[in-house]
Design a protein around this ligand. Sequence first.
Ligand code: FES
Length: 130
Amino acid sequence: MGRQGRKRYLVGPVSELAPGQSRKFMLRIAGVDEECFLINVDGRLHAYVNRCRHIPLPMDWVDNQFFTEDCSYLMCQTHGALFVPETGECVAGPGNSCGKRLFRVPLEVEGGLIYALPPAVAPEPGLEPS
Ligand code: FES
């Protein structure tokens, strides 16, 4: 159980995720196994469901590639939508993706280990931020 009294899932040690790196993991959300990804942004950790806000496709058709080359943004590999890593907000992209956010996965860090907490609400149909 996590500090919030919810079941949590071990993602991995903090020491294995350097700034600018990402790591995918599976998380059961509202009874459905969802692929998610964890990122390290200058030492701060964030996690999101691996699903673009343009079309609900995985962000990384090149496996585990989420950051732009300069690590300024997360980029969907399908049509190039850009997301702010710290907030998950889409700031450039096709269709009506701008202004929408990736579906955040809450994290806890304890004893050098990263845990993910399943959001209480499933990411479909709205993919609204938690
Ligand atoms: S599916 Fe991500 S930009 Fe189109």
